[in-house]
Design a protein around this ligand. Structure first.
Ligand code: COA
Length: 259
């Protein structure tokens, strides 16, 4: 049903298991992976047997370590804006607005676009070993897949601004404490905890579950997504962005000049 090169899917007992499968690149989201995710979201929405979606990353190290930096390193402001606009529409907002509940099982690093993907899901469960953060400002960027909006909604403005401006990662324990994840469990129990939650939801009335998602989403509707897309795009026109991504790709510390 889905072109599966970068993601793996399996439908079992009405749960669609989706694994992002680029383990060597810490499951970073390149364009092909995003396209497969978009296709999967459409499939899940229209397929009656799918009552819930469990999203995780391959391996034990990463859920998703962000958008694929190597792919956008030479983007212009226009291309940056398009990257955020299309990604938000086809994947991140599509997940958030899906009539099927999505649960992110965060098995390791959830950084940048990876944490944004987890935050677009309706429920999050993390392994004790998971670490989460929005490190975009280390690259001369800001989160562009809804992170400035959804992190603020989940943890409040003060904590969101601290995480985004310091770019520091936080532990799973801290993430649970501030409301970023619903539960923290040992890695070996991650999938069973996720299944325990989804097995409850899938017994409930599907139309009512979809109505609940629509209603809860409306409570936190924000015009800030458009601001984020615009600001994200503008970052690509800065010298700091060029310095930030070059430093990452060359495995050295960035030296920002504010230009
Ligand atoms: N985009 C592209 N490639 C990425 C990536 C990303 N977001 N995150 C990791 N990778 C790649 C690395 O370049 C490396 O590839 P290589 O083996 O071909 O050199 C591979 O995945 C393994 O990562 P590495 O950095 O060697 O692992 P580590 O254990 O030393 O560090 C992290 C792990 C998560 C701390 C580090 O990979 C990292 O900081 N990633 C980027 C996080 C980020 O800024 N995300 C936001 C993007 S908007």
């Amino acid at each position: 049903m889905i072109m599966e090169q970068n993601i793996l899917t399996e439908l079992k007992d009405n749960i669609l298991y989706v694994t992002i499968n680029r383990e060597k690149k810490l499951n970073a989201l390149n364009k092909a992976t995003l396209a497969e995710l978009a296709e999967m979201v459409t499939y899940a929405a229209k397929t009656e047997e799918v009552r819930a979606v469990l999203l995780t990353g391959a391996g034990e190290k990463a859920f998703v370590a962000g958008a694929d930096i190597s792919e956008f390193s030479s983007y212009t402001a226009e291309q940056g804006t398009e990257l955020a606009r299309i990604g938000q529409a086809e994947v991140f907002n599509a997940i958030e607005n899906s009539p099927k509940p999505f649960l992110a099982a965060i098995n390791g690093f959830a950084l940048g676009g990876g944490l944004e993907l987890a935050m677009a899901c309706h429920i999050r469960v993390a392994a004790e070993s998971a670490r989460m953060g929005l490190p975009e400002v280390t690259l001369g960027l800001i989160p562009g897949y809804g992170g400035t909006q959804r992190l603020t909604q989940l943890v409040g403005k003060g904590r969101a601004l601290e995480m985004i401006t310091t770019a520091e990662m936080i532990s799973a324990e801290r993430a649970e404490k501030i409301g970023l994840v619903n539960y923290v469990v040992p890695l070996s129990e991650l999938i069973s905890k996720a299944e325990e939650i989804l097995n409850k939801i899938k017994q409930r009335a599907p139309l009512a579950v979809a109505a609940a998602i629509r209603s809860v989403n409306t409570a936190v509707t924000s015009v800030g997504f458009a601001t984020e897309i615009n600001e994200f795009g503008k970052c690509f026109a800065t010298q700091d962005f060029k310095e930030g991504v070059s430093a990452f790709l060359e495995k050295r510390k960035a030296n920002f000049k504010g230009s």
